[in-house]
Design a binder for this molecule. Structure first.
Ligand code: PCA
Length: 203
């Protein structure tokens, strides 16, 4: 059977919960769209996250990679169109804040997602879940992980689907968090990510 590496992140920036941690824990080991899910939790750390991602990639040797991140404030599931070669913005969980720093010194400016993002958006909407393509994954850890994976796949000519999906806050994060934010039930978040993975199986 084919394997899909599904990554999520630990909580960050003082938020008590990251719903992507719960999604990956919940889907780990499931078979969706002909893929067995192998879940990996990544640290919100500019140094450790890319290393952990590539180490897991080599261990799992997956046939597809879907990475998930929380975008608190968004109200829909948003597959990302592009990752850019920049690290900038808020401090990571190790207190490191970067400004205008490339991810790869001699890397390309950007990489387009290798996921069927339009198909994912359409399928989610057909099933009653708000979704749209995002044209910016930001400049923080999510963009970093997306860029790192796509750069590696390009460099090594692995030729597999890979990309990133941002998800809104879960209700429990919205209740516990300090800021007001739109939120989804954890069950709907998980159902939406299952549908997104099913799209890969249909490719
Ligand atoms: N979201 C952050 C990093 C970790 C996460 O879940 C981001 O959008 O970059």
């Amino acid at each position: 059977m084919k394997t899909l590496m599904l990554t999520g992140f630990e909580p960050f920036l003082g938020m008590p919960i990251n719903p992507t941690e719960r999604i990956v824990n919940s889907l780990d080991g499931e078979t969706i769209g002909g893929y067995q899910i192998k879940s990996i939790l990544l640290p919100v750390d500019f140094e450790k996250a890319p290393a952990a991602l590539l180490e897991a990639f080599h261990q799992v040797n997956p046939n597809a990679v879907v990475s998930l991140g929380l975008a608190a404030g968004r109200d829909a599931i948003t597959p990302e169109r592009i990752a850019i070669n920049i690290r900038d913005g808020a401090p990571d969980n190790n207190g490191v804040a970067l400004e205008d720093a490339p991810i790869q010194e001699d890397g390309r400016d950007g990489y387009f997602s290798r996921l069927p993002i339009r198909k994912i958006v359409n399928k989610l909407k057909e099933n009653g879940f708000p979704a749209n393509i995002s044209n910016s994954a930001g400049t923080y850890l999510c963009n970093n992980v997306m860029y790192t994976m796509l750069h590696h796949i390009e460099k090594e000519q692995v030729g597999i689907p890979a990309g990133f999906i941002h998800v809104p806050a879960s209700h429990d994060l919205a209740v516990e968090g300090k800021k007001r934010m739109p939120s989804w039930s954890q069950r709907d978040l998980e159902a939406a990510i299952r549908l997104a993975v099913e799209c890969l199986g249909e490719e």
